[in-house]
Each structure stands twice: as C-alpha cells, then as structure tokens.
Design a protein around this ligand. Structure first.
Ligand code: ADP
Ligand code: MG
Length: 703
C-alpha cells in the first residue's frame, strides 16, 4: 500500500515525462503531480469494437475506425500547406489521409499494401472525405490493445497536440503511471463506507475510469468517483454547520408575546397556508434553540414570504430585539415598508424606511432611534449596510431576494452586532433542491411549496411578432374590463443601449395603438431617478395608468392585484427563471390573469424549449429544474459564488442530484453520531477533509 503523500510526487518523475512535457502538462491542463494525472479523467469514450466502411463515412460522424490499406503516398501543396497524403482503401471505396507534420515517420513506418486500422475524425475537402492526422495501428497490435474496448478520450489543447501530447499519449502516460505505482492506491473512504454502500475501491475505480473493459465496469467506476467527490463536499458543508452550532451562541427568543399575538389574533387578514405554518414552526424552533439561525426560505413568487418575515420579526421584538429587512431595490423596499405598516396597523411598533433617497434629517432620526432602542423594525436597501448605520440590539436580519446580494454584503450585515443576529434569507428564485444542498449546503432550508388559496392559475400564451395585432385587440378588451397591463422589455447589461432602443420603439408603438386621452400609459426603467420611478409606479398602482411599459426593474416584488396581463417582449431573450419571475407579477388577484410571451418567429431550439416549459407548468421548482438541465448550474444566477473551492472532476451538480441527496444523508448520519469525527473509524474522513479543504478556508462563510 502506498500513501497519499506519494501521489504528490512531481510529474517529472513519471517515465516518459521530461521537463518539457511536464511544463506543458502544468500549463495546459494543470497536471503537476501524480494525483493530478490520475484524476485527469476522460471526458468520453469511444467504442473501438465498431468498424466503419468507407462508403458509410460522412463528416458528421465524430470518430471512426476503418480497416484497409494504403495504396500509396504523395506530397501536395507547398509552404505552410505542404502535406503528405495517402490514399486509403477498403473494399467499399477510397479516402485521403493527410499529415502536415511527422511525415517522415509515417512513410518510414507504415507500408503500402499492408492491412492497418486507422482511427480519426472524418472531414470533407474538395468534395472528398479525408482524415487529418489519423491514428494508425497494425491489425495484430490492435487486438492486444489493453483489453479495453472503450477507449478513453481526454481533452487536450492545441499546444499539447503541437507537442505530440495527444489524447492517446495521455492515456498511455496514465497507463505507465498506474504501472509505476506499485501497490494499491490509498483509499479515500473508510472501509465501512465502501462495503456498506457497495462501492468498488478507489484503486479499481481509478484503473477502470482510464481503462474500462466494458460499460458496466465504467459505470461502477464513475459512480464510486462521483460518490467520493460529492460526499466530501457535503461532509464539509455539514461539518461547517455543526461547528458553527457548537461554537456560536444565538440569541434565545424564548417567548412569543404580545406583539405577535396581537397581530395574529387581530390583524392577520387571512389564515396561514399549511406551508406557511410549517415554515413558521421551523423558524420558531431555530429562534428558541440557542443556536444562531441561518435559514434559507424558498418560496415561489406570491407564496406569502413577507408574512413569514413579519411574524419572525414580531417574535424578535417580543423578546426585546430589533429586526431589519434588506431588499435589493428601492421599489421593493418601499413596498415592504407599505405592506408591513398596513399589516401592523394599530399595533405599537415603530417602523422606518431607509434607502438611498432618504433625506439627511430622517437618516439622523433613524440612527438615533436605532441606538435608543425606540425603533423596532428597519426596512431598506443596501443603505442598511452603510458604515454609520448601527443597531443597539439587532436580533434578526431578513434578506429578501437573496441572489441579488453578494456574499460580502451579507457578511457586512452579519457584523452589525457583537453577537451574530439570526439570519433568514428569502428567495423567490426556486433553486432545485439538490443544487441548494450544495450552494446553500450549510444553511437550513425551508420551503413554502403552496400558494394561498383562491388563486386562479395564470394562462400563458405564446405569439410571434406578426400576430401582434391580435394581441393588441385582446389587450383592448382587457382594459375595457377594467384590467391593467404590463409590457416588459428585456434589459441585458451588455447591450443596454440597444435594449433602451427597443423600449423606446415599443413605447412609440404602444402609445400609437393606445392613444391618450382615452388611454393612460406609464413607464419605468433603470435610467430614471428613484423619484421619477416612484411617480410612474404610483400612477399605475393607483389605477390611473392602464399600461405600464417597463424594463425588468419590475421583476421583483411589485404587487398590483388589478394588473392581470403581462406581455413579455422578446421573450426568447430572457432566461427561464426570469420569465417565471415576471409572470409571477400577475395572477395576484381573483381574476383570470394572462402572460403573453412575444417572440420572433425564428427561435433556437433551447429558446423554444424554454417557452414551451413555461406554457406547460407554473411550478417554480419544475421550472428551475428544467433551467438547470438546459443551462447547467454554472449559468444559474448566484452559483458563481457558490464556493465549491475546486472544479468538480466528475460529478455534476445538475445531473447528479440523486447522488447528492444520497451522500448528504450519509454524511448527516455520520456527523450525528460523531460530530467531531473523533472516532477511530472516521480518522480517514477527517484527514481527507483536511487535505481537500484546509487550504481554502475563505469560502466557508456562505452567509
Ligand atoms: P412573496 O412570497 O412573493 O413575497 P407575498 O408575501 O408578497 O409573496 O404575498 C403575495 C400575496 O399573497 C400578498 O398579497 C399577500 O397578502 C397574500 N397572502 C400571503 N399569505 C396569504 C394567505 N395565507 N392567504 C391568502 N393570501 C395570502
Ligand atoms: Mg416578496
């Protein structure tokens, strides 16, 4: 048995790798030591049991293997285009093999007339199929090829290829390495896990991933390696959480007192949904536990998160603490302020609003009342995390629309107190459960998975630009029935100027089709001052304007029950989650609401799929799941700061949800029994965590 440290051996000690090759491997694919090389996994495999006939070849085929012979060599072109060409023939036809380099070696080693197996990617030049730089093998030799029918393919770079380090070379070098490592590779999982979960051992897994003899074996190897990778990520996250719980004391909110009760019995305008009740229970348990709460609350748009936030704050106030809500935009902060003031009507609680446009005098009085404890609830934007805002006893922080705040901003709120306040992070962007397990793996997660009763599902329809008149007719009828309409235009940072042009053109058309004084239009976009925005919103909110033309600034939080039609222009340019968010702006009243997706006639397959999914379902989690499948986790908002300190080598956060769930449960069970991993059988777990995560501590504070 060799030890982990041996795997740190520099790659130059591998037979066949000199200083030059080592440098290329370092620079191009970050392979520095033996371990790096063993974990440089193939990205795909080619089935070398299949042979093609030349007549079957076409340039769409990825890689092909053909048996035949070389008729003869000749050289073509000159200068840079100088090349060696061979006509290669089987009983069905002839193709050209082409080399730009290493031509002497080719003519010296491969004799016309002898049967060879060639392997490569077909392409077409001058109407003729050819293969550039094919691999060539003598027929006899092929049969003894590593009894590996599936041939591993590794990503390489131009530079590597130019230096003769091809996918095949890499495979060969790894083969050499595996031979050079006499003895078995050290296990990364304790033997009780390996046997309990019926895994193959690491040594075999590494061998088989590079040299699988059949698909079943390969699958077992892949599973074992994914298990390993995902298990340690989960173990690390859960250990962070349990360490925090062991070390940090949280404020104990032991009573539910007069503020909460008075609100609950006198002011609550409806009964809570079952989901809201369940989530409140989870939060109350946290708040009373003596641990600091770090909870993510997920709930689709309109699921009633504000109410949960408010009730949590009332518990804080009942226990003598202050609470705050931080929202990503002024519009949203304003709306929270208004909603909460209305809900708390008649209850003696002092609430203030602090945003970028708060006047100096009101700032001053806010600061004072924060310090003399007369202020109970502060609602605001980023303004809350400014240096000079200080609380005297902040007990609970609520962050709305989590994904718009960076890690650092959250950390600053955290530091507003000597003791860390309880933290509730709310998001309306449903994150697939398994993805959340990694991205927010050290937070507890609550989900409101139920909408308040009486909602009529939004009808979603798709029209293309030529059908615009039909859409206008429909809108005219809706307005005649007293409804209000949103028109939303995409706004993407990179093409802002173009987007505003779209908005302006749209505005021109809409104001022509819906002329004043019969119709009143209002507009909101990001370039307006907060005061102008507020004025426009007010016009619409109070029902004076029939149509609101807007960019995506209205995406979050705007709550206008009478607005029942959402027209999304250039819908193909929006992401799936964003479309879903926008749609959530309607369907808030009792009337039938509509979401109209406008797009051009020509759509990419992915865009068409997005629109199709949206029409089919209104379940935010299903949509998020599809989004994840379509785009992969890297593109989903917020995941860039996910904080996995290394690239995943084999597992995928998008595709391997089931394994993630599975290994998380396993990790949870282990930590329940042995929270510090002090038991002898868990020594290896501790050592591996140390090896994998110790150098990269900074990411650990997700919230
Ligand atoms: P979101 O989760 O998107 O923040 P809100 O908190 O804004 O949702 O709630 C959406 C709407 O649903 C609000 O008008 C709110 O008053 C209403 N609402 C919340 N909870 C309930 C409930 N239990 N029953 C009926 N309506 C509710
Ligand atoms: Mg909300």
């Amino acid at each position: 048995m060799i030890v982990q440290e041996f795997l740190d051996t520099n790659i130059t000690y591998l037979t066949g790798v000199g200083p030059k090759r080592a440098e290329h491997l370092n620079k191009e694919i970050s392979v520095f030591n033996f371990r790096d090389f063993l974990y440089y996994f193939p990205y795909k495999y080619i089935d070398r049991t299949r042979f093609y006939k030349i007549e079957e070849l076409d340039p769409d085929l990825p890689f092909v293997q053909i048996k035949g012979h070389i008729k003869g060599y000749y050289s073509e072109g000159h200068g840079k285009g100088k090349r060696l060409t061979a006509d290669f023939q089987d009983e069905t036809g002839t193709i050209k093999l082409i080399w730009f380099k290493g031509t002497k070696w080719i003519t010296g080693n491969y004799t016309p007339g002898i049967e060879y197996i060639i392997f490569g990617k077909p392409s077409v030049f001058n109407g003729m199929v050819n293969i550039i730089h094919p691999e060539i093998e003598a027929c006899g030799k092929a049969s003894e090829r590593l009894n590996s029918a599936l041939q591993a393919q590794y990503s390489t770079t131009e530079k590597l290829k130019n230096n003769f380090i091809t996918s095949k070379t890499i495979n060969k070098l790894i083969g050499t390495l595996l031979k050079q490592i006499r003895g078995r590779l050290p296990e990364t999982l304790p033997s009780y896990l390996v046997s309990q979960y019926k895994l193959i051992d690491l040594h075999d897994a590494i061998h088989r991933i590079h040299f699988p003899s059949n698909p079943e074996e390969l699958e077992k190897a892949r599973y074992r390696l994914k298990f390993d990778e995902l298990f340690y990520i989960q173990l690390n996250l859960l250990r962070l959480r349990s360490n925090r719980n062991l070390k940090l004391k949280g404020f104990v909110f032991s009573t539910v007192g007069k503020f909460f009760n008075s609100f609950y019995h006198n002011n609550l305008p409806f009964t809570l949904t079952e989901a809201q009740k369940r989530v409140m229970k989870e939060i109350r348990k946290d708040l009373g536990s003596g641990r600091q709460m770090n909870r993510l609350l997920q709930g689709d748009v309109g699921s009633g998160k504000t109410l949960v936030a408010l009730m949590s704050m009332l518990i804080a106030i009942d226990n003598g603490y202050q609470a705050c809500i931080m929202a990503p935009t002024e519009i949203l902060a304003n709306q929270h302020y208004n909603t909460i003031c209305r809900l708390l009507h008649g209850i003696d609680i002092k609430i203030c609003l602090l945003t970028g446009s708060s006047k100096r005098t009101s700032r001053k009085s806010i600061t004072e009342s924060l310090l003399d404890k007369s202020l109970h609830i502060l609602i605001g934007t980023h303004a809350l995390i400014e240096e000079n805002v200080r609380f005297s006893n902040l007990g609970l922080v609520i962050i709305d629309e989590q994904h718009r705040f960076g890690v650092e901003q959250r950390a600053r709120l955290w530091q507003k107190n000597l003791h860390p306040p309880h933290i509730l992070v709310m998001t309306a962007t449903p994150i697939p459960r398994t993805l959340a397990m990694t991205l927010y793996g050290d937070l507890d997660v609550s989900v409101i998975d139920e909408l308040p009763p009486g909602r009529v599902p939004v009808k979603t329809m798709h029209f293309t630009d030529p059908e615009r008149n039909k859409v206008f007719g429909f809108i005219r009828n809706q307005i005649a029935e007293g409804r209000q309409i949103y028109f939303v235009y995409p706004l993407i940072k990179e093409s802002e100027t173009m987007d505003y042009k779209d908005l302006e053109d749209g505005w021109d058309t809409i104001s022509r089709v819906f002329p004043s004084p019969k119709y009143c239009l209002s507009v909101v976009h990001g370039k307006m001052t907060p005061a102008d925005k507020e004025r426009s919103m007010k016009l619409f909110k109070e029902g004076h304007a029939h149509i609101l033309v807007a960019t995506t600034v209205i995406e979050v939080g705007v709550d206008i029950p009478n607005a029942s039609v959402m027209v999304i222009e250039s819908a193909e340019r929006f992401g799936l989650s964003q479309l879903h968010q926008l749609r959530g702006r309607v369907g808030r009243g009792a009337d039938q609401s509509y979401c109209i997706l406008m797009s051009s006639e020509k759509l990419t397959r992915e865009a068409a799929k997005r629109l199709e999914v949206l029409i089919k379902t209104s379940d935010g989690f299903e949509i998020a799941e599809t989004d994840l499948q379509l785009r992969g986790p890297g593109d989903i908002e917020g995941t860039q700061q996910s904080g996995i300190p290394f690239d995943l080598k084999i597992a995928s956060l998008g595709q391997d949800g089931q394994i993630i769930e599975y290994v998380r449960r396993i990790a949870e069970n282990i930590l329940t029994v042995d929270p510090l991993l002090d038991e002898p059988q868990n020594g290896l777990l501790k050592a591996e965590l140390e090896r994998l995560f110790s150098k990269k501590q900074s990411w650990s504070k997700i919230s």
